[in-house]
Write a protein that binds this ligand. Structure first.
Ligand SMILES: [Zn+2]
Length: 229
């Protein structure tokens, strides 16, 4: 995309930063396999994404954690609201019993019987959160679709968007998506996920999707300013 677009926009074209949530941290390791922790891979891609957004001028990232810190889920939501961001992006790495599954999965809020819902309740006592506002859910779906498109354009394998009631997806103010960047349980994909070059590819492709989403959102705002709707 477009040197042209880049030269037309100032350094922080979209204003509100993308809140980037690197999953897990500290005592909460997340998945462990192939000699690595999910918490470390999520942080590596989160930092890379913030750097890419800054470098390319396509947006800005606000990292909820930039070190090996444990942050409870309710605190993550509270901090994201305090940042006054544009959207909330939580980064994780998948792990299942089988070595076969691979690829990227993106979740938005919605009723589902999947494992996320069950897992979230087990973690610890959390301040209950209501379902997020409908407008935020609709924006989350647009964001998820933009990310799927940009990741697929990059030649990466992405499953259709899934629904989950996972805690951080109930963000009361920001459109929120949770991205499982791949499967640590798949040995070939685990090797890829450890590779800084692949982490950079993921980050660039996510940045591209975010840029497309914000441009789309801005056009929408401009349209409603014109039509008064
Ligand atoms: Zn995780």
């Amino acid at each position: 995309m477009p040197a042209q677009a880049a030269s037309q926009v100032p350094s922080a074209p979209m204003g509100a930063p993308t809140v980037i949530d690197a999953g897990h941290g500290g005592e909460d390791l997340g998945a462990v396999a192939a000699g690595v922790y999910e918490k470390d891979l999520a942080l590596a891609v989160a930092k890379r994404l913030a750097a890419v957004l800054a470098e390319t001028g396509t947006g800005q990232g606000a990292l909820l954690r930039d070190s090996d810190e444990y942050i409870p889920l309710d605190e993550r939501v509270a901090r994201s609201v305090a940042v006054d961001g544009g959207e909330f992006l939580s980064l994780h790495i998948n792990h299942v019993r089988s070595k076969k599954p691979r690829g990227i999965t993106i979740y938005v809020y919605g009723k589902s019987s999947d494992r996320w819902a069950r897992k979230a309740r087990k973690v610890r006592k959390l301040t209950p959160l209501a379902a997020p506002p409908r407008q935020a859910v609709l924006a989350s779906i647009r964001l998820a679709n933009a990310l799927v498109r940009s990741l697929r354009q990059e030649g990466l394998e992405v499953e259709p968007v899934r629904r989950s009631t996972y805690y951080v997806l109930k963000n009361p103010r920001l459109p929120a998506v949770l991205v499982e960047l791949g499967y640590l349980s798949n040995p070939a994909e685990a090797e890829l996920l450890k590779d800084p070059g692949y982490q950079d590819r993921l980050a660039r492709s996510l940045a591209q999707g975010l840029a497309e989403y914000t441009m789309q959102a801005r056009r929408k705002t401009e349209r409603s300013a014109v039509t008064g709707r």
